[in-house]
Design a protein around this ligand. Structure first.
Ligand code: B3K
Ligand code: ZN
Length: 885
């Protein structure tokens, strides 16, 4: 913890390193009460920067320096300076071997950054700046080195010793043993990894496109061996997909994944040795939901894809983070779309982006996908860098076409293999491969905020011309008051009255060019005129959500219904349903605010009835179309979020729909449940779609509080052969007024799964999300439960995060207790795990969204955190930016 005010690092201050590290030879001696790290670094003056020899300033934190030598000569302590964050010494030659020995304490490392203990094992997390907590180093991604690592530990308790690359030697010394690993690929220190533990592995192999055999190993604690197959299958699919879609082949002879229980995020792409949060590896039908299965598949793919987009080609500095993260999220999203339902994946991603990233982009932490400055880089692993970053890459593909994009990515990988590069280098490769000029497009990298796109249309019957006019603007964000126009690709089509998709010919063109096209809107106001349009058409705009913008188009209800029915773009059919639901919900919210009695609108029930009766409709799409916008999304869309009105309006509508559609919903539910009973579980698209629909229907039906539904819900809870159905039923009971059934189900579940940490996380989060009264007290009580631990990030996210970020009606309780609770937890976690503390804070940063009374309460809690003293850089940055004017 620091005392002085932390300073921001600026992109404009970037300078190439004074020295490089050619070779890194590490030796770890691991013990229960300390570990010793010996590092032999072959240091070389960066000749581009001159022939003088400036001081060598190595990064290091919380290290106890035991010795330093250069070229075999031990240095007296007068020959170097040690400060809180650095070791500084004066080189005498332009190339030398620096040897340091330090003592560190993984056993008491609760920040889970650097080398730490998770349960009985040792593991590491170095990105972004964790390596400096392991040894003195030039801990920056543009310093790339060949690593050789030896790990020594007790033979019995740590039979498995792993690091990056290939195993090259091993041996025994009494009760201890050692293993040496060599990574032939130069890499920055953030990709270093080490694991020691009593681990078992599932082994498989993959033959690459050039017929090389790669050994695949997933290491877990022995009790989890039965939950690894899904991750292994996902890995093999990912390897094949990257060969087919990007021409990228794996490069080492071995690829390892290790599952650990205590991990700050999802997983980490360390070269050849990915370390995963166990929640992103382990899955079995009985213990993991469909969503968890899909997350495992996506995260395994994401980390694997980083081998090229991140490892072979890495970032020059941390401002370029989206270079690897945005691109890799785009790659994993396309992979998931190819493995499952493309439209559903797009809908899920857009809902997530709109609900969370748009809120971030409108809040005090708003930043461009390539930020200009940061105080703590860990705070910039954001939805903006990841999800909006992915949208920016998607727009590039939309603008360049699939083939042009592939040419660009081939050139990027070829040109920069083995280098640490910038977002500009990525764009340059796309430009050079396509002869394109992307200079204006690059504003997406430097301007923050969600652009608005207002659309109007004009039809001229006499000339058969139809004109679409787009007006773009972008709200001010911290440090950026004026924005220049973006390039916004608007994928579009025009529909005739009977739902035909019209040929599209722009004025000035010789002929029509298909029935779908991309309009590149690049001016503040810009019009496109289509010719040969015989009657006023219905525009289908921003198909597949072709740009991360807030578009407004005035559609009548009839037009929305027509789009829902006829649009050939699945995303836009769903979008039309969303817009209809939003219009109805906004009407209800206004009615609550005006103190009127709420009246149900028969139109939505009619639409839903039609959807339920349409047997040609894909079940996954049906489930998505029956899902009302969440309270969080409604809050994001509102000028001032009225938490109670939103909750009341939405609950009213859900109940009204459940009552109006009871018969068809009940019938469909029973049929789906019967199918589930008869079929063995598979996490395939068809079954996932079925269970998704079944879950949505059960949630509606339970709102009617009918006895037959309650009995069905209890039956599903008790008899389901998979976690998806069981947890859906449990959530319904927990949110119901059936107190006895609720208590019994919760107790039964906890008794059955008490030894399975990941399942207990789900048990915590279901309760944290309950809309029933008394939830906050229940959350506080659950913090005392034996399965809860304040040191385990998954538990914190499930229970505390579940309540604060997923339960708006209780978190925003008028008495301010929710805010107080969150501030208390952040203050307690600040010292233990700054990254998790800072993440948890997010809901409080959104204070500007609420009415003045709530704003004051939220600000007061932020002030209280600020005044609590000893803030980590992580928490300091978020609190101070949130409170800044
Ligand atoms: N690259 C890591 C994230 C590291 C976060 C460090 N605070 C996982 C990923 O995005 O694949
Ligand atoms: Zn990533």
């Amino acid at each position: 913890m620091r005392s002085e005010t932390p300073v921001a690092v600026q992109l404009k201050d970037y300078q190439a390193p004074d020295y490089f590290i050619e070779r890194t030879v590490l030796d770890f001696d691991l013990y229960d009460d300390h570990s010793t790290v010996t590092a032999e670094l072959t240091v070389l003056r960066n000749s581009d920067k001159g022939s003088d020899l400036p001081p060598l300033v190595l990064d290091g934190q919380e290290l106890e320096l035991l010795s330093v030598s250069i070229d075999g000569q031990e240095l007296p302590s007068s020959a170097y300076q040690v400060s809180d964050n650095h070791l500084t010494l004066q080189p005498q030659t332009k190339r030398f071997v620096l040897r340091t020995q330090v003592r560190i304490h993984p056993e008491s490392n609760t920040a889970l950054e650097g080398l730490y203990r998770s349960g009985k094992m040792f593991c590491t997390q170095c990105e972004a700046e964790g390596f400096r907590k392991i040894t003195y180093y030039l801990d920056r991604p543009d310093v790339m080195s060949a690593f050789t690592t030896t790990v020594r530990a007790d033979k019995q308790r740590f039979p498995v010793l792993l690091s990056n690359g290939n195993p090259v030697a091993q041996g025994e010394e009494g009760a201890r043993h050692w293993a040496t690993w060599e990574d032939p690929f130069k890499k920055p220190a953030y990709l270093f990894a080490l694991v020691a533990g009593d681990l078992w592995c599932v082994e498989d192999s993959f033959t690459t496109m050039s017929q090389r055999e790669v050994a695949l190993r997933i290491y877990v604690e022995p009790e989890n061996l039965g939950k690894v197959q899904h991750a292994m299958d996902s890995l093999k699919k990912s390897m094949k997909w990257d060969e087919e879609v990007y021409g990228r082949e794996y490069d080492l002879d071995i690829f390892m994944i290790v599952a650990v229980s205590d991990f700050n995020m999802g997983a980490m792409e360390n070269k050849g040795l990915n370390i995963f949060n166990s929640s992103c590896v382990l899955a079995s039908p009985e213990t993991a939901t469909d969503a968890a299965h899909q997350r495992v598949e996506a995260v395994v793919a994401h980390e694997y894809f980083h081998n090229w987009s991140g490892n072979r080609v890495t970032c020059r500095d941390w401002f370029q983070l989206s270079l690897k993260e945005g691109f890799t999220v785009f790659r994993d999203a396309e992979f998931s779309a190819d493995m499952n339902s493309r439209t559903v994946k797009r809908i899920e991603d857009v809902v997530f982006l709109r609900t969370n990233q748009f809120a971030e982009d409108a809040g005090p932490m708003a930043h461009p996908i390539r930020p200009d400055s940061y105080i703590e880089i860990s705070n910039f692993y954001t939805l903006t860098v990841y999800e909006k970053g992915s949208e920016v890459v998607r727009m590039l593909r939309t603008l360049l076409g699939a083939d042009g994009f592939r040419k660009g990515s081939d050139l990027y990988f070829e040109r920069h293999d083995g280098q640490a590069v910038t977002c500009d280098d990525f764009i340059k490769a796309m430009e050079d491969a396509n002869g394109a000029d992307l200079s204006q497009f690059k504003r997406w990298y430097s301007q923050a905020g969600t652009p608005r796109l207002a659309v109007s249309s004009y039809y001229d019957k006499a000339s058969a011309e139809y004109t679409l006019t787009f007006q773009q603007s972008c709200p001010a964000t911290p440090g950026q008051s004026e924005k220049l126009p973006f390039v916004i690709p608007v994928q579009m089509a025009l529909l005739s009255a009977d739902g035909e998709h019209l040929p599209l010919q722009l004025k000035g063109e010789d002929s029509a060019q298909g029935c779908e096209r991309v309009l590149a809107v690049s001016e503040a106001e810009q019009s496109f005129t289509f010719v040969g349009i015989e009657a006023e058409p219905l525009p289908s705009l921003l198909r597949s959500f072709s740009a991360p913008v807030k578009m407004s188009v005035e559609y009548s209800r009839e037009q929305l219904l027509a789009l829902m029915q006829h649009d050939s773009d699945g995303f836009n059919r769903w979008e039309a349903a969303q817009q209809l639901q939003l219009a109805i919900l906004n009407g209800l919210i206004a009615a609550v605010q005006a103190g009127k009695t709420l009246k149900s609108d028969p139109q939505l029930a009619e639409v839903f009835a039609g959807l339920l009766a349409d047997s040609s409709l894909d079940q996954a799409m049906l489930a998505e179309m029956l899902s009302l916008p969440s309270e969080a999304l409604l809050a994001e869309l509102a000028e001032v979020a009225d938490v109670e009105a939103i909750h009341q309006a939405r609950e009213f509508l859900r109940k009204a729909l459940a009552q109006a559609l009871y018969a068809p919903m009940w019938q469909r539910y029973q049929a789906l449940r019967a199918q589930s009973r008869e079929q063995a579980y598979a996490a395939d698209a068809e079954q996932i779609a079925r269970r998704s629909l079944q879950g949505k229907l059960l949630a509606y039906l339970m709102l009617t509080e009918k006895t037959e539904v309650k009995a069905a819900c209890v039956e599903q809870f008790e008899q389901a052969h998979n976690m998806t159905e069981r947890l859906n039923a449990l959530a319904c009971l927990v949110n119901s007024s059936f107190a006895a059934e609720k208590a019994q189900a919760l107790a039964q579940f906890a008794e059955h799964f008490k030894d399975d940490a990941l399942v207990m996380d789900q048990w915590f989060s279901v309760q944290a999300g309950s809309v029933c009264p008394g939830t906050l007290n229940q959350v506080k009580a659950l913090m005392q439960h034996p399965a809860f631990s304040f040191k385990n990030p998954n538990k914190i996210r499930a229970l505390i995060g579940g309540f604060c970020a997923q339960n708006p009606i209780h978190f925003h309780a008028a008495d301010g207790e929710g805010y107080r609770f969150l501030a208390d937890q952040v203050i307690a976690l600040n010292a233990l795990n700054p990254q998790i503390a800072s993440r948890l804070l997010t809901p409080l940063t959104r204070w500007r969204k609420y009415a003045p009374a709530r704003q004051a309460q939220m600000r007061a809690e932020l002030e209280r955190i600020r005044a609590s003293g000893g803030l980590s850089k992580d928490v300091f940055e978020v609190v101070s930016k949130s409170l800044a004017d």
